[in-house]
Write a protein that binds this ligand. Sequence first.
Ligand SMILES: [Zn+2]
Length: 266
Amino acid sequence: MQFATNGIITRVYDVGASDKMLNIITEDHGRIGVMVKGGRSPSSKLRSVSQLYTYGNFEISQKGNLYWLRSGSVINSFYDLSFDIERISLASYLCDIANELTDEGVEDDRIMRLLLNSLYLIGKGQKDRRIIKAVFELRAAAISGYCPELAYCAYCREPFADYTYLDIMGGKLICTDCLSRRGDRKAPVSREFEYIPEASILRGLSPSALAAMRYVISAADGKVFSFELKDDSETEELASACESYILNHLERSFDSLDFYKQILKT
Ligand SMILES: [Zn+2]
């Protein structure tokens, strides 16, 4: 059987002496592993369409659950990701999450679209990368059925507390008042505070950071990045909460994320 689909290449690795294998997150076949026969040869006609981060239209042969690339055309190579190592390492981390959250045969293309929009924004280099990363992490979690309950404090039902904490494992909010009532310790006042009652992980959220998270889970697909946070500490709160949330729900870490953080430090 043969079919054509749009998709983005999220991983490339060598197979044998001359072939390579692509992970492609497609519009209508989920994430599939596609073999490129002779793909490592400099003279391969599939060379340009089988590069990492290429968004293209792919002609694929299928036999059972084996796939081969026959031909393809590039729609967007995301060449501008390669302008600096920070861009490329963030792109690599987002692709790792996208690979984790997609599977063969799943027709939902929302993760693919979210990834495309994120890579486009990273490449343009104008939007704060902490926000691109946070939006991707939270929205991808929500699409995959791990959406946190952000409407109100889970204990007193107050929707607009002065300061709130996201209970990462429980996926719910707890306001400062309820936290001090529940705990035998004084409620934390610092935004960087990490407080662990009953083995839970809490991330502090100012009203603006919480409003941003609410926006990210409810906005229309094309609008999900269309917000700003004025204050640097609000951006840090959003970034910290979204990263903790996705990593805890996937129950794993990523080498690509560790690498990205190392790059940011240097
Ligand atoms: Zn409360």
